[in-house]
Design a protein around this ligand. Structure first.
Ligand SMILES: [Zn+2]
Length: 112
């Protein structure tokens, strides 16, 4: 992902509109690109600042912490997707071998 691509996706990221695939490249890019991370921080600050005003809360605003949490959440979401894929793969494999084994047992019955 290029810086231009990443910056086009900042709003989508903050609105949780990125697909898992896009989210993955986006997180990877801002993790390595200082400029885009800075851009994300500023946009996030403006965004959460607005949200904070809207919600009318009188709490200390931990902008940096909020962004870190948002990125951690995004990574967790990706991890969950990854784990789900692995689980599906494992179940598929187990079912495949179970079927093969059953077929094999059945053949033995027929042959003997
Ligand atoms: Zn960049």
């Amino acid at each position: 992902m290029t810086c231009l691509d990443a910056r086009k996706r900042i709003y989508d990221y903050l609105n949780n509109k990125l697909s898992d695939e896009e989210l993955k490249s986006f997180i990877a890019h801002v993790g390595t690109c200082k400029e885009c991370m800075e851009e994300l921080k500023i946009t996030h600050m403006v965004y959460s600042g607005v949200a904070e005003l809207d919600s009318d809360k009188d709490t200390d605003i931990d902008i940096d912490g909020a962004l870190k949490k948002s990125i951690a959440d995004a990574k967790f979401r990706l991890l969950k997707g990854f784990v789900r894929k692995i689980m599906i793969m494992v179940v598929d494999t187990v079912v495949f071998w179970a079927l093969l084994f059953m077929l094999f047992m059945q053949f033995r019955v027929w042959i003997i």
